[in-house]
Design a protein around this ligand. Sequence first.
Ligand code: ATP
Ligand code: MG
Length: 365
Amino acid sequence: MKSTTSNSVYFQPSFGNRPVQIVGRDSELLDFMRGLDEPPGSRDRCTLILGQRGMGKTALLLEIADRASKKGFIIARVTAHEGMPAAIIEQIQLNGSRYFDNTKNVTGFTAGALGFSFGLSFSEPAQQQYGFRTKLSLLCDKLAEKDLGVLVLIDEVFASPAMREVAASYQELVGDGKNIAIGMAGLPYAVSGVLNDRVLTFLNRARKVELGVISVQAIKAYYEHAFRTMGIKCSDKLLESAAEKTSGLPYFMQLLGYYLTLYAQDSLAIDKSILSKAEESSIKDLENNVFKPLLAPLSDNDMIFLNALAKCEEPLTINKLQEQLGDQGPAIQPYRKRLLDAGIIESPRRGELAFAVPYLKEYLK
Ligand SMILES: Nc1ncnc2c1ncn2[C@@H]1O[C@H](COP(=O)(O)OP(=O)(O)OP(=O)(O)O)[C@@H](O)[C@H]1O
Ligand SMILES: [Mg+2]
C-alpha cells in the first residue's frame, strides 16, 4: 500500500516558506526567545541574523514570529524597503487588532487626545500629522495596557534611509522604556559599508547570530523521523550518506528530502540508485533556483574571476587566484569586494577565499 502522507508535508523546497519543522536551530531560537525576557533596552533584544542564501534566515524569522506571538508580542514582519516604516505600523495594527474591540464608534466621535479612533486605528488627525516614531510609541503604549509587547522583524536588511528611521525610532523608544524588540536578517555583507553611518553602527551593535550550515546529525535525525512516519524504509548508512550530501544547507536538505520521497513513492524504500537520482535532481534545482539567479547579474569580469577561482586547488587563496588569472586578468580587489557583497564568496581568513554556497564551485567547473 502506498503511503498516505504526502511528501509535501515534510519537505517543501521553496524560498520564504515556513518549514514544518525547524531543524538544527535550537540554540539560536532559545537565545532569541531568552532575549525577549530581558527588560526593554537590553542588547539581547536587538538581534541581527546573518547568513548566506538558502541558509534559512527567513524560515528562522517566521519561527521566531510564531513563538514570540505566543509569548505576548505583536509582530511586525517586513522586508526592508523604502515603505518599511509605514508597513511596520500597519502590521502592528493588523496583528494587534484581535486584542481590541474594533467596532467603530457609531457617533463618529474620536478620542483625538490619545491619537486613536477605535481599536488600534489612529484618528484622522493623528494619521495625518504624526510620524513613524510617534505612531510606534502610541501603539506600544496602547498594547502595553493589555500586557503586550512589540517585536519588529526585518528580513533582507541593508543600510538604507528607511532603516535609519527605524533604527533611530527604536533607540528612542527603548530610551522611553517601551516594551519593544527587534530582529533583523540579511546577507553577511549587508552590514558592510561606510563605517560611520548611523545605521551601520546600529546594526553592528546588535547581538549577532551567524547562521551557518546545520549539523548533518540533525538532518539525519530529521530524515529518519520523516521517512519512518511516511513508511519509507532507508538503511542507517543511506540516511547518513543522504544527510552528508546536503552539506548542511537547509535548502538542499529540503530538496533532497523531497526527491527521495518522490522517487521512493512506489517501492517505499530508498536504495542507492534512488539516492543518486534524488541527488542529481536536487543539484539541478539548486542550479536553477539559486546559482543561475545568483550569477545572472554578474559582469563578464566577475565571471572570469569566479571561473578562475573555481579552478584553484583548495584552500583558495588570493595568490593562487592571481596565478590562475595571469597578468591579463582583471584586478582582483574590486571584484573580490563585489562578490563578497553579493554573498557569492566569503573570506574565511585573511588572504583566503571560499565559495559561500555549497556546490557552487562544482557548478562553475
Ligand atoms: N532550519 C531549517 N529546517 C528546515 N528547513 C529549513 C530550515 N531553514 C531553512 N529551511 C528551508 O530551506 C529553504 C530556504 O530557507 P530560507 O528561505 O529561509 O533561506 P534564506 O536564508 O532566507 O535565503 P535568502 O537569502 O535567499 O532569502 C526553505 O525551503 C526553508 O523552508
Ligand atoms: Mg530569505
